[in-house]
Design a protein around this ligand. Structure first.
Ligand code: SF4
Length: 292
């Protein structure tokens, strides 16, 4: 493991990145071993031999596959199970159809779909799905990583100590989850033993978050923790390098910060999180001022 990887891992910010564009393309592209969709089969480089009767993987599919291999090779403490799950990931063409279907659901149908979802292995161990909670036209959408054990029991995101800290953080900038905020995670089911989400789990669950974002249309997105940030910003940069700037997801400002669970273990970084909250507050106030 490199020195840089050591440091990132120690901060729980280790390399486990798949760009959003790649995740999306992985949804439409088959792995080299399986038949690629017609729409991605055309761009086959001459140097790649294609077995008779098979479509060739597109350049996008090969890039996705390479990244998937890099991710599953990446060293990160506590991520072995996730890497194992990612290693066995196969991206079926049906996933594209599923994403397109989810992208058309209204709010109630989306909730039902999540409740009944069996698209990844996490469904077998969950007590219940955790869809998200809050107001339907939020000023701020908080995006976290995945439900913990307590969230799995209660069916709500960010309960327990991390949830209390998040509430305090929001209150500190005059925000309340009761009337201004919606809170959701990238994954809707609890990964056992609080392990990191696996690549295929994020791939299969992220259409739900994307649809929530499209329907909620928050004024600002507050992404906490590296999995939420990686998904929203298509960036493999560490959280520390992305803080302090206003990013964008489909025209909506995105502020990034550390996950409250991380802050509970790393108290000195609370001051950085406070700066992020001030940036969130100022960004929201500017938007509200422009709209008034
Ligand atoms: S984590 Fe997401 S994709 Fe996996 S079973 Fe739960 S809702 Fe479905």
């Amino acid at each position: 493991m490199s020195l840089r990887t050591d440091k990132l891992a120690a901060l729980d910010l280790g390399p486990f990145w798949v760009r959003r564009a790649v995740l999306a393309s992985m949804a439409v592209a088959a792995e080299p071993e399986i038949t690629a969709p017609e729409t991605t089969a055309a761009a086959t480089p001459a140097e790649t031999p294609v077995p008779a009767g098979q479509h060739a993987p597109s350049p996008v599919a090969r890039t996705a596959q390479k990244l998937l291999e890099q991710v599953t090779r990446s060293a990160h403490p506590g991520a072995q199970q996730a890497r194992d799950a990612g290693r066995s990931a196969t991206i079926e063409p049906e996933q594209d159809e599923r994403s397109q279907r989810i992208a058309k659901l209204d709010w109630d149908a989306l909730q039902d779909d999540v409740r009944q979802c069996t698209a990844c292995g996490l469904c077998s161990q969950r007590q219940q799905t955790v869809f998200g909670t809050g107001v339907r036209q939020p000023d701020v959408l908080v995006v976290g990583e995945a439900p913990g054990a307590e969230e799995d029991r209660q069916g709500e995101p960010f309960v327990g100590a991390a949830g209390q800290l998040l509430d305090s953080m929001l209150r500190a900038v005059s925000l309340s989850r009761k009337d201004q905020v919606f809170i959701a995670n990238v994954l809707k089911c609890h990964p056992p033993a609080n392990r990191n989400p696996a690549v295929d789990e994020v791939l299969r669950c992220s259409p739900y978050l994307d649809r929530q974002l499209a329907l909620l249309q928050p004024k600002v997105i507050f992404a906490v923790g590296r999995f939420a940030i990686q998904h929203l910003l298509k960036s493999d940069a560490p959280v520390s390098a992305l803080r302090g700037k206003v990013h964008e997801w489909q025209g909506i400002p995105v502020i990034v910060s550390y996950h409250p669970a991380y802050l509970l273990r790393n108290l000195p970084d609370k001051s950085k999180s406070w700066s992020d909250l001030l940036l969130l507050r100022d960004t929201l106030q500017n938007i509200l001022r422009e709209k008034s």
